[in-house]
Design a protein around this ligand. Structure first.
Ligand SMILES: *Cc1c(COP(=O)(O)O)cnc(C)c1O
Ligand SMILES: *[C@@H]1O[C@H](CO)[C@@H](O)[C@H](O)[C@H]1NC(C)=O
Ligand SMILES: *[C@@H]1O[C@H](CO)[C@@H](O)[C@H](O)[C@H]1NC(C)=O
Length: 567
């Protein structure tokens, strides 16, 4: 080793010199050199950052970023001005009170249980209370009035799931020796889902409590892999702006910097050249959705896969919503696009069994091309005083009953059951999409976003306030999802909605006509109607959309979460 033989010589010289009279000077000199080195490293680091920022966002993009940031900061300062602050706080408090009055029932008729009953209730009493809770006034998902939310496979399946629960209520997969049946079912669920996604030899997976946990795990695994194998300490990931917000949660929880890539009209798919440009040595993961939640659009996964292979990066495909629909589109006779492990660059996929797998809520899977990825999501603690501890995902104890419910759903439905459901659900989506595109009463004002292929159809309007449409539909008992940037709403078709699709279209026609009429009058009447009362969606998103700094929205949302825990 030539380098190591030189080192002792110079060290010896250093020590000799230290003995001499120039000792103090030398120390000072060394400190100087050290300071310069640190300064140069610092400079290098920031130059590198600046370089990757410019490479990723370009000059105009970077200027736009600075502009947006400045606006946000200035507006934030404005919000903190004494007069403004109290006014804003009062308004936020008022809105939260309003929300509370709606969500938390109060008054003399309402019985509340906020301490343990001293004596336990009788079985009869508990049953009666449960019944009352079940029928509390609510948006009628049973009549197909709720977009998404209730992924329900029919009453028969529900009964079977409840039976499965009953048999495994006490079980916990953390003890495979005590509950071998649960372990077997869990492994089989993962295997069945893998087979649905064109998994190659050696592919593996894990079950989780839901799509969010699946996505968190995939991000964690990518981060740990990059850290251990490439020494990445400042991880970044590149996601479409339409990707599920669970990726942003992963960014916050695991300190991964997020780069959002726009999904431009008319296709609303992630813009590929921007993805390539954004890659740098800190990149740990690329992401595509199949399909995304807001617009139900499948990103160009084939091209993302090519980019991932070229840059030697992992690629996660979020198929939480697509779950059991996207893999069966072709078999159900619909148009499809490549999205799974058959694309060589795809390294992980999240698939929710509790969405279109119709399993009970609290179930999802995350799949990996090989164990080289999965091993990085495991948590293993070899020296805990409680014993050697190992768990595959976030939870410790897990409900075995849910595994049984999930397994029972999958084997009961079978491929044919899911293909049949795919027919109905995608068929109903196409019917709604077709109506919006073709009915003159609708297509004069509403515009479908992109070309949806699965269960979600989103639409916007260039002529009327789309949030007024959302509020009008709410007045008719529907619960559609309001979206932002761009302002839009969507319907996520589920089995209960299939039967209600015609009614939905009819109501949409009516509401659109009403809103159109009203806006015409507003324009004609000038100021008079300007102060007209806006509905909830219009009030929230109409204002929020225009705010440069969203702290007010954050405060409102926090108030909402607090309200959930008010007894
Ligand atoms: C529902 C969904 C998820 C995960 O959501 P969970 O509520 O945590 O199950 C992830 N991605 C998309 C596109 C989704 O629609
Ligand atoms: C937005 O406003 C809040 C409160 O006024 C402030 O704390 C925050 O820093 C602002 N955000 C930005 C990015 O400046
Ligand atoms: C289902 O969800 C439960 C609850 O989180 C979890 O214990 C289990 O691992 C999941 N099982 C499957 C097969 O998805």
């Amino acid at each position: 080793m030539p380098g190591s033989s030189r080192l002792p010589v110079s060290l010896r010289e250093t020590f000799k010199a230290r003995k001499g009279s120039a000792r103090g000077q030398l120390v000072a000199l060394n400190l100087d050199v050290l300071r310069n080195i640190i300064f140069i490293l610092f400079l290098l680091r920031w130059t590198r950052r600046l370089f990757y920022q410019l490479k990723g966002r370009g000059i105009t993009g970077s200027i736009a970023d600075v502009y947006r940031y400045t606006r946000r900061t200035l507006y934030g300062t404005f919000l903190r001005l004494p007069g403004v602050r109290t006014k804003v706080q009062t308004q936020v408090a008022e809105s939260i009170m309003k929300l509370e009055r709606r969500l938390v029932p109060t008054g003399p008729g309402v019985e509340r249980t906020i301490t343990l009953p001293t004596e336990g209730w009788s079985e009869e009493q508990v049953r009666k209370a449960l019944n009352d809770l079940e029928v509390m006034e609510h948006t009628r998902w049973e009549d197909g009035k709720v977009s998404g939310a209730v992924y329900h496979g029919g009453d028969e399946l529900l009964k079977l799931q409840t039976e499965a629960f009953g048999k495994f209520t006490v079980s916990n997969p953390i003890h495979p020796d005590v509950f071998p049946g649960v372990r077997k079912m869990e492994a089989e669920v993962v295997a069945m889902v893998l087979s649905l996604f064109g998994a190659p030899e050696g592919a593996v997976g894990v079950s989780t409590s839901g799509g969010t946990e699946s996505i968190l795990m995939a991000c964690l695994s990518a981060r740990q892999k990059a850290f251990h194998e490439r020494g990445v300490t400042e991880p970044e990931m590149i996601i479409p702006e339409t990707a599920h917000t669970a990726f942003r949660k992963a960014g916050e929880y695991f300190k991964i910097k997020i780069h959002l890539i726009d999904c431009r009209a008319p296709q609303y798919k992630v813009h590929l050249p921007s993805v390539s440009r954004m890659v740098n040595p800190n990149t740990i993961l690329l992401v595509g959705s199949a399909p995304n939640f807001p617009h139900g659009i499948i990103d160009d996964i084939s091209s993302l896969s090519r980019i991932a292979q070229k840059k030697k990066l992992p690629l996660h495909v979020d198929c939480c919503l697509g779950s059991f629909l996207v893999p069966l589109l072709s078999k159900a006779g619909f148009e499809s696009e490549p999205f799974d492990f058959r694309l060589k660059g795809v390294t992980s996929i999240s698939c929710d069994t509790h969405k279109y797998g119709f399993a009970p809520k609290g179930n999802s899977t995350v799949l990996y091309r090989s164990d080289a990825f999965r091993k990085y999501q495991y948590f293993i603690s070899p020296d805990w005083s409680g014993g050697v501890y190992a768990s595959p995902s976030i939870a410790g104890s897990r409900p075995g009953a849910l595994i049984a419910g999930c397994w029972a759903s999958l084997v009961k439905q079978g491929e044919s059951g899911y293909i049949d459901a795919c027919h109905k659900i995608v068929g109903a989506m196409k019917k709604i999409e077709g109506a919006i595109r073709e009915k003159p009463e609708l297509n004069s004002d509403l515009k479908v976003i992109g070309r949806p292929l699965v269960s979600v159809v989103a639409f916007l309007s260039n002529t009327i306030d789309i949030y007024d449409i959302a509020d009008g539909m709410s007045d008719k008992g529907w619960h559609l999802n309001a979206l932002q940037s761009p302002p839009a709403i969507h319907v996520a078709v589920t089995l209960p909605i299939v039967k209600a699709a015609d009614k939905l279209i009819a109501d949409l026609v009516e509401v659109t006509e009403e809103v159109r009429e009203r806006e015409r009058k507003t324009i004609a009447g000038g100021k008079v109607a300007k102060g007209a009362v806006k509905g909830d969606a219009a009030a929230l998103y109409g204002v929020a959309g225009s705010l440069p700094n969203k702290t007010v929205v954050v405060d409102l949302a926090k108030g909402f979460l607090d309200t959930l825990y008010k007894a």
